[in-house]
Ligand binder design. Structure first.
Ligand code: NAD
Length: 254
C-alpha cells in the first residue's frame, strides 16, 4: 500500500524546483495532488510529468500573497479532491542579494508578502477544513538561512525566520486538533530561486564550488532531498513530530 494512498495534498509553488519535486514525490507515493503556482507553463509541465508517471494531480493558478486567490485554491481543491490532508507552503523567492541598507522598502514588503503572508494565508484557509476533517499535516519550506544566516539576503532570511516561528506557534495551536505543523530548512540548491537571489539563470562552476565549500556533504541541495524530508514529516512516520524543522543542509549549519 502506498504511504499516501487516499491522501489529498496541496503544494504551492509546484511549477518548478523544490515544489515540483515535492508534488512528484507525493504523487509517486499515491497521493492526489493539487499543484499551484503563478507560473502556468511550469504547472502544466509538472502536471504532465506526474500524469505520464501514472500519478493523479490537478492544477490551479494561485498567487499565495493574495487572499482571494488562496481562498479560491482551497475551494477548488475541496471541490476536485474532496478534502485536504496535507498542505505544503513552498512558494517563495528572494530579493536580489545585497546589503540590507541597499534594499528598498518595496522589495522588503514584496518578499514578506509572498514568503510570510503566503504561509499565513495558506494556513488560515486550510486549517478550518483540517479541523473539521479531524486532522492533517502542514509543512512549511523555510531556509537554513533562518537559523544560520549569511550576509546578503537578510530580509529574505527574516521572512524564513518568521516562517519558523509561526511553525512553532501554530503547532501548539493545532496540536489538540490532530494537525501537525513542521518546517524544512534547505541549503542552497540550483533552482529558479537563484535567479532572484543571485541574478543568474543557473549557477556556474565557480559559484557552485564557492557554495559547496560551505557544505560538509560536498554538494548542493537537490530538490529530491527536500521532497524526501517533506514527505517524511507529512507521513505517519512523522506522527510524533510537530513544531520542529529538519535542516536539509548537508551539515552546513553544524
Ligand atoms: N533554492 C534554494 O537555494 C533555496 C534554499 C532554501 C529555501 N528555499 C525556498 O524553497 C522554496 C522553493 O524555492 P525553489 O528553490 O524551488 O525555487 P523556484 O523558483 O524553482 O520555485 C519557486 C516556485 O514558487 C513560485 N512562486 C513564486 N512566487 C509565488 C507566489 N507569489 N505565489 C505562488 N507561487 C509563487 C514560482 O513561480 C516557482 O515556481 C522557496 O520558499 C524558497 O525560498 C530555496
Amino acid at each position: 500500500m502506498s504511504r499516501f494512498a487516499e491522501k489529498k495534498v496541496v503544494v504551492t509553488g509546484a511549477g518548478s524546483g523544490f515544489g515540483a519535486a515535492i508534488a512528484q514525490r507525493f504523487a509517486a507515493d499515491g497521493a492526489q495532488v493539487m499543484l499551484s503556482d503563478i507560473n502556468a507553463a511550469g504547472l502544466e509541465e509538472v502536471a504532465q510529468q506526474i500524469n505520464a508517471a501514472g500519478g493523479h494531480c490537478h492544477t490551479q493558478l494561485c498567487n499565495v500573497a493574495e487572499e482571494d486567490a488562496v481562498e479560491n485554491l482551497v475551494n477548488t481543491t475541496l471541490a476536485s479532491l474532496g478534502g485536504i490532508d496535507v498542505l505544503v507552503n513552498n512558494a517563495g523567492y528572494s530579493h536580489h542579494q545585497r546589503l540590507l541598507w541597499k534594499i528598498s522598502v518595496e522589495e522588503f514588503d514584496a518578499v514578506f508578502a509572498v514568503n510570510v503572508r503566503g504561509v499565513f494565508l495558506g494556513c488560515k484557509h486550510v486549517i478550518p477544513h483540517m479541523i473539521e476533517a479531524g486532522g492533517g499535516a502542514i509543512v512549511n519550506i523555510a531556509s537554513i538561512g533562518a537559523v544560520a544566516p549569511r550576509p546578503g539576503v537578510t530580509p529574505y532570511n527574516g521572512t524564513k525566520g518568521a516562517v519558523l516561528t509561526m511553525t512553532k506557534g501554530l503547532a501548539l495551536e493545532c496540536a489538540r486538533h490532530n494537525i501537525r505543523v513542521n518546517a524544512v530548512n534547505p541549503v542552497a540548491a540550483d533552482t529558479g530561486f537563484m535567479k532572484g537571489a543571485m541574478g543568474v539563470d543557473g549557477l556556474d562552476d565557480e559559484a557552485t564550488a564557492r557554495l559547496v565549500t560551505t557544505i560538509p556533504r560536498g554538494r548542493l541541495c537537490e530538490p529530491r532531498d527536500v521532497a524526501a524530508a517533506v514527505t517524511f514529516l507529512a507521513s505517519d512516520d512523522g506522527d510524533f513530530l510537530t513544531g520542529t524543522a529538519i535542516n536539509v543542509d548537508g551539515g552546513r549549519s553544524v
